[in-house]
Design a protein around this ligand. Sequence first.
Ligand SMILES: C[S@@+](CC[C@H](N)C(=O)[O-])C[C@H]1O[C@@H](n2cnc3c(N)ncnc32)[C@H](O)[C@@H]1O
Length: 196
Amino acid sequence: MAPWAHALLTEVLQPGGLAVDLTAGNGRDTDFLFRLVGEHGRVLAFDVQEEALQATASLLEQQGAKIRSGSLKAGEPYAESGIYLVHDCHSRLTSYLSEPVPAIIATLGCLPDSDTAFATASPSTLSALRAALELLLPGGRLAVICYVDPSGRATEAEKVQQLFAGLPPEYWDVLHFSVPNRQVAPTLLVVERRPR
Ligand SMILES: C[S@@+](CC[C@H](N)C(=O)[O-])C[C@H]1O[C@@H](n2cnc3c(N)ncnc32)[C@H](O)[C@@H]1O
């Protein structure tokens, strides 16, 4: 699903722009956002795992990105171009950021082969996604990739879908991508704030 999510965000993110990765993980989504905004843009990348932020920093440094500060603290400025790593729960998004954002991504679940104790969980995920919706610029997009576990449980994915299904269509367009020819597959939800 990542290439589809990236394709849909590519349409709304310009060089020099601002983007948010709600789940930095190994840094692949942050790296994609950085390639779009370029050296004059800014990306804020959240993760609760220090090692995920280290992996993201090392990947982005290899791409020539400037990593700003060890980790951004709530209320600190983030006006300079570069990658800002945020070691905090994504539900606290608005403690860090208050300006409109054109592109936000969240790849839910946990890192491959890592401790499932660090998997995303519905309560904080839903708070983060509500905050992300508030911050979206008109015409901006939020892409959420939801994984289901091998037993097919999709609780978090269902809750995300319910949240987005309840958005008033006058203000929001919601797309839902699924893979009907696989029993267990991620889904992608993309929300666009309708341009005024
Ligand atoms: C599937 S991975 C993300 C993959 C990543 N986007 C990439 O491109 O490599 C999910 C990440 O979400 C992080 N996470 C879990 N709960 C979180 C929370 N409440 N706030 C921020 N990050 C969280 C995990 O630590 C994990 O690194």
